[in-house]
Design a protein around this ligand. Sequence first.
Ligand SMILES: CSC[C@H]1O[C@H](OP(=O)(O)O)[C@H](O)[C@@H]1O
Ligand code: ADE
Length: 314
Amino acid sequence: MSESKVLVGVIGGSGLYHLDNLTFVETVNPETPWGFPSSLITISRLPWGTLIAFLARHGTGHTITPSTVPTRANIAALKSLGARAILAFSAVGSLREEIPPGDFCLPSQIIDRTKGIRVASFFTGNIVAHASFADPFSKKLSAWLEVKVAEALKKEGRNISLHTGKTIVCMEGPQFSTRAESVMYRQWGGDLINMSVLPEAKLAREAELGYALIATATDYDSWRPSEAGVTAADVFKTLQANASTSRFVAAYVLEELAKGIADGQNLMSILTEEEGSMKFSIMRPSQAAVDDPAGAQQLAYVLPNYFSASANQA
Ligand SMILES: CSC[C@H]1O[C@H](OP(=O)(O)O)[C@H](O)[C@@H]1O
Ligand SMILES: Nc1ncnc2[nH]cnc12
């Protein structure tokens, strides 16, 4: 592993299995207490030396289903490499007429429709924690991205709109929704739908990482009464174009980040908004090593400020 630490982790979703326009440094495959990440992690260098890490959520050959993504390993691996924040991409269905396939969104809220079969916490033993999750996406990071993603889309010149402040429904899948479900999600206030933002956003929060989602619409799901319901073929039609724009957006945003940091702009505070957020979320932290010594050791991997890797806790 190279000497310096990664600043940002990027998670690519369906169609986005690599990034472009970055200087390759190396690939790594860290084994975490929760196993190996979805794919090898590619470390790249941005101008001014900033390192970023990329992994493909479903594996580079898209062999991992939404329900079996090793999300704890993904988040833990990125944190262990030094990442302070995660920029995640996702192919999503649109629940709103005004968000056509091809448009980009930065959602601000999530409705959880996963079925409890995904492990959604690092705290599964006898150490208990309750992270705050009222605002599931990092507000400062999303606000900064709102400006930078809009600039990137303008620069790309394909007239793609960016929507903000939207609510994304995360369903279990792998089958798409029924018409009744799709209509119900709209009544609930859902604007977008995917199968991947949870538990990713929850685990990033528990690991005190900044987290924002760039959602790229591929289809209108199944709520439009006189239209056929969504099929994978519909999704594939837009996937490649969306992935190519996502690569352009990622390269632009990451370079702006590196430039801003080199210029002395206070961008670290945007990335690190969640740092310290677990301090008062952990029950009896001073008793952790007694309550669950093995659990405390595992937790030290993602939360070294609260847990120690040795048997004796700080
Ligand atoms: C390929 S359609 C359904 C699939 O696409 C999205 O994946 P990702 O979020 O990783 O881009 C969606 O969440 C489903 O997993
Ligand atoms: N309609 C849809 N439902 C769930 N996940 C999706 N990903 C892309 N389109 C989707």
